[in-house]
Design a protein. Structure first.
Length: 414
C-alpha cells in the first residue's frame, strides 16, 4: 500500500467513524425488532445465563454468531448495548476502507476515492450500525470475503480460496444469506472465465473450508435437536412471506395470514403439533409457501406472473413495514443509473475480475426474488453497486477533462 493510499484509507476511516458517531448521537434509538429480542438478545441470554448451545430452546431462526458476539460483549462490559453499537460503528467504518481498497485494485484510484467517499456518507450503511442486528458485521465479513476472492481469482492461489471460504463461513454464521454462494459461484464461473485445473481446485478448496466453518453448528443441531440444520430455519419462513402479495408487508400479513392457514387446513395441510422437531416445522412452512404460489397460478395466472415481476422491482426499494419506499428510491436512483453505465463500461473494457461482482448481484437478486424481496437484504451488496457507479463517474470525469483542453485549444486557434 502506497503512502497516498494509506493516507486516503485513514481519512476514509476517520470520516466514516465521525459520521456514524454523529448519527448515533442525533438519530433516535431504533426500536428493538422481534429478531433482536428473541433471537439475538434472547440467544445471548441463553449463552450467558443458561445451558448455552446445549439448550434445545436456543432460537434457530437466525444463525448464532451475532448472539455469540453480544454474549461476549456482556461478559466483558456488562449487559449494555453501548459496546455492541460502538463495535458496529467501528466495523462498518472498516468496511468503507476494505471496499475502497477493492475498488482501487479493480477500477483505479479515482473510482476508489469516489466509492469510499460515498460509502462513508451512505445512509443505508450508517443506519444499521445504530440498532441490534447483524447487518454491519455481515457486510464487513462479506467485504473481506470479496477482497480475498479478488486476490484468489487474480493470483489463482488456493490459499486465498481457502481463507475466503472460512471468512464466508463466518459471514454465513452471522446471517444465512450466503449459505449457497460457494456452490453458485462454482456453477457460474465457467460462464465468465476460462476454466483451468487450478481454478477448479481453488473453488473446491473454497467449498471445503466454507463447509468446515459451518460443520460445528450443523453437528450441534443434529445432536441437540436431531435435525439437519446447517445454518438456520429462517429460509423457509422468508420463502413463505414472499409467496403472496398479501404477505410482503407486516400489517397486511397480520390480517391475511390466519385466513391462509385456515385454507391450508381445509386442503388437509395442517401445522405440525406442539413439540415437533424444527425440521418438521420447516418442511410445513416450505410446503405452505409452495401451496401459496400454486393457489395464485391456479386462480389468477396473469396476476401471479405480474407478482413475480413486481418482486424483482421491490428489491430496489421495499421495506417490510411499507414505509420509506420513496426515500430509498430517491437516495438510490442516481446510484442505480450510474451503476448501469459502470457495468457497461467495465464489460466493454474487459476489466477483470469485475464479473465476480455481477455473479454476486445475480446470487442476491435470485435468492431474495425467490424469498422475501426487501431492500435491506440487498444492502450488503450496495457497496459494489456504488463501486460501478463510482467507476462510471470517474470515467466520465476523465473524458470531460480530456475533451475540455482540446475544446479550449480549438477556441484559441491552436
Amino acid at each position: 500500500m502506497s503512502p497516498v493510499t494509506r493516507r486516503i484509507a485513514i481519512a476514509l476511516l476517520g470520516a466514516s467513524l465521525v459520521l456514524r458517531l454523529v448519527a448515533w448521537w442525533v438519530v433516535p434509538s431504533p426500536h428493538l425488532s422481534t429478531n433482536a429480542v428473541t433471537d439475538y438478545l434472547g440467544g445471548a441470554q441463553i449463552l450467558t445465563d443458561g445451558d448455552g448451545f446445549r439448550d434445545p430452546s436456543y432460537p434457530l431462526i437466525t444463525p448464532p454468531l451475532y448472539a455469540v458476539c453480544i454474549a461476549a460483549s456482556w461478559q466483558l462490559f456488562g449487559k449494555t448495548q453501548t459496546p455492541i453499537i460502538l463495535s458496529q460503528i467501528l466495523i462498518d467504518s472498516a468496511t468503507t476502507v476494505v471496499v475502497y481498497i477493492i475498488v482501487l485494485a479493480i477500477f483505479g484510484e479515482m473510482a476508489g476515492v469516489i466509492c469510499g467517499t460515498l460509502l462513508a456518507i451512505y445512509p443505508f450503511l450508517i443506519y444499521p450500525t445504530l440498532y441490534i442486528g447483524p447487518e454491519s458485521y455481515f457486510t464487513f465479513l462479506f467485504a473481506l470475503f470479496v477482497f480475498l476472492m479478488i486476490h484468489a481469482l487474480r493470483q489463482n492461489d488456493w490459499r486465498y480460496f481457502g481463507a475466503a471460504g472460512l471468512v464466508l463461513g463466518a459471514a454465513t454464521m452471522m446471517r444465512g444469506t450466503t449459505q449457497f454462494l460457494p456452490f453458485f459461484l462454482m456453477l457460474v464461473s465457467p460462464i465468465f472465465m476460462r476454466v483451468q485445473r487450478r481454478f477448479i481446485f481453488g473453488f473446491l478448496v473454497l467449498a471445503l473450508t466454507f463447509s468446515l466453518a459451518l460443520l460445528p453448528w450443523t453437528i450441534r443441531n443434529k445432536i441437540v435437536l436431531d435435525s439437519i440444520i446447517p445454518v438456520a430455519s429462517a429460509g423457509a419462513l422468508v420463502f413463505l412471506w414472499g409467496s403472496s402479495p398479501n404477505f410482503l408487508e407486516i400489517d397486511q400479513r397480520a390480517k391475511d395470514f390466519p385466513t391462509f392457514l385456515e385454507w391450508l387446513s381445509q386442503e388437509g395441510i395442517n401445522q405440525p403439533p406442539r413439540g415437533s422437531s424444527p425440521a418438521e416445522k420447516e418442511r410445513f412452512i416450505f410446503r405452505a409457501g409452495i401451496e401459496s404460489y400454486k393457489r395464485q397460478f391456479e386462480t389468477d395466472p396473469a396476476g401471479a406472473i405480474r407478482f413475480l415481476f413486481i418482486k424483482v422491482i421491490r428489491l430496489s426499494y421495499s421495506t417490510e413495514s411499507g414505509n420509506n419506499h420513496g426515500l430509498i428510491l430517491v437516495v438510490n436512483s442516481g446510484i442505480y443509473a450510474f451503476a448501469i453505465v459502470g457495468i457497461l463500461l467495465a464489460w466493454q473494457r474487459n476489466i477483470q475480475p469485475h464479473w465476480f461482482f455481477l455473479a454476486i448481484f445475480a446470487y442476491f437478486i435470485i435468492l431474495h426474488w425467490v424469498t422475501l424481496p426487501l431492500f435491506r437484504y440487498m444492502v450488503p451488496i450496495m457497496p459494489y453497486v456504488i463501486a460501478y457507479a463510482s467507476y462510471a463517474a470517474a470515467v466520465l470525469y476523465e473524458r470531460r477533462r480530456v475533451v475540455r483542453p482540446q475544446h479550449l485549444g480549438a477556441m484559441k486557434g491552436e
